[in-house]
Design a protein around this ligand. Structure first.
Ligand code: GCU
Length: 381
């Protein structure tokens, strides 16, 4: 136990020079209820304290630390307004400014259904493409998408200090964290609009922005429903024991690939995932008790489907402990890597239920690989 306590004190010291030998290997998924000092969560207040420790762990080693809410989001410039979907929706494009001296900016597109009762429940999605805006509007949801890359460019094989990192030089945040922070700034702006009910907001994104969506939902408790799609490695699937053919921690953090998405220390755990003091089920646990739905595809091998099941299983005891077992949801469809209309339809059904009180016909709590055992033996306290 003494060794354990020293070790845990070491891993949680933000000033330590991280070398992989400092971390004991953990067989199976780490226990999210175990505090850094070795004692276990026993009450919901304990869980709040443990949740804060987990935020520090994933910030220190995986994504970097995000700055506090700047509290100064404002419209910099309206860019365009009009209608969409045969005049059924209004469309607005505008630029927001925020951050130190309001020096940061991002473009936001708002699609609002004209005939739905106000205030509207809002779905936020990363990227300006507008995919699924019509489906959302037709079901009475506001749909808001934004350009997260204006805060940090999306680079492969090299790093660029993006505007957000330049504006906050004392922060060690990497791209995924910058993008997640961008979603929160768009939500700050939504809070100023009388047409929108931000107490009922959904955050979603696909693939790399699915990783940003789960991080945004983990860090910002205002997101009422969190829906990472095809997020895989660094998103909703675990790193430990990767099956053949999946994206591993070592692959994603290569300098020639996406090292710049993650904290500079994260790549040290490449081919040594078992030494990570957490795994991605901790990300799902951070969202609890709020509902979380991961949507994925059986044919999307690169995204590690069994690892997504493992993360879902590893978060379930936390949802059980908090008395909201049904809020931890998983869905797999046939096919490949995309956020397709059927994926979005599942999001809408779950949003209708959790945010608008509609009945849910399916519970989205069935293991996609029922014969694969859960890779841990600890239980909820
Ligand atoms: C690459 C990367 C994935 C990422 C994907 C995407 O395939 O390896 O981690 O999710 O790009 O964002 O499209």
């Amino acid at each position: 136990m003494t060794y354990c306590l020293c070790f845990l004190a070491l891993i949680c010291s933000p000033t330590s020079n991280t070398t992989i030998d400092q971390f004991a290997a953990i067989e199976g998924l780490p226990d999210p209820f175990l505090f850094n000092d070795g004692h276990r969560v026993a009450s919901s207040d304990d869980w709040k304290a443990r949740r804060a420790e987990i935020i520090e762990l994933i910030s220190r080693y995986e994504y970097g630390h995000v700055p506090p809410t700047p509290g100064n989001v404002a419209v910099d410039a309206p860019l365009e307004s009009g209608t969409r979907f045969a005049n059924a929706s209004t469309f607005q494009s505008l630029r927001l400014k925020f951050g130190p001296d309001q020096s940061l900016s991002t473009t936001v597109h708002l699609y609002l259904p004209k005939n739905a009762p106000r205030p509207l429940t809002v779905i936020l999605r990363f990227g300006l493409g507008g995919e699924h805006a019509q489906a959302a509007n037709e079901r009475g949801y506001a749909f808001v998408c934004f350009d997260q890359t204006s805060l940090d460019p999306d680079t492969e094989g090299h790093d660029e200090v993006g505007p957000a990192q330049a504006a906050y030089p004392d922060h060690d945040w990497a791209s995924v964290a910058v993008w997640a922070w961008c979603a929160s700034r768009v939500l700050d702006y939504m809070e100023t609009l009388t047409d929108i009910d931000t107490a009922k907001s959904v955050i979603t994104g696909h693939s790399r922005t699915g990783k940003a969506a789960i991080l945004a939902g983990a860090l910002d408790e205002r997101f009422a429903l969190v829906v990472p799609n095809g997020s895989g490695c660094g998103g909703a699937s675990t790193f430990r024991n990767p099956p053949k053919g999946v994206e591993t921690l070592e692959l994603i953090t290569r300098a020639t690939r996406f090292k710049s998405w993650f904290h500079t220390d994260f790549g040290k755990f490449g081919d040594a995932e078992e030494r990570l003091p957490f795994d991605q089920h901790f990300m799902r646990a951070l969202v609890a008790p709020r509902p979380l739905l991961s949507t994925d595809a059986y044919g999307d091998q690169w995204c590690n489907p069994p690892g997504t099941q493992a993360a879902w299983q590893g978060a379930q005891p936390v949802y059980d402990f908090l008395g909201v077992s049904a809020n931890n949801m998983i869905h797999f469809r046939e096919g490949g890597h995309d956020q397709l209309a059927p994926d979005f339809e599942v999001l809408l059904k779950v949003a209708d239920h959790f945010l608008k009180g509609a009945a849910l016909e399916t519970d989205y709590q069935h293991a996609p690989f029922p014969r694969v055992p859960a890779p841990f033996s600890w239980k909820a306290p």
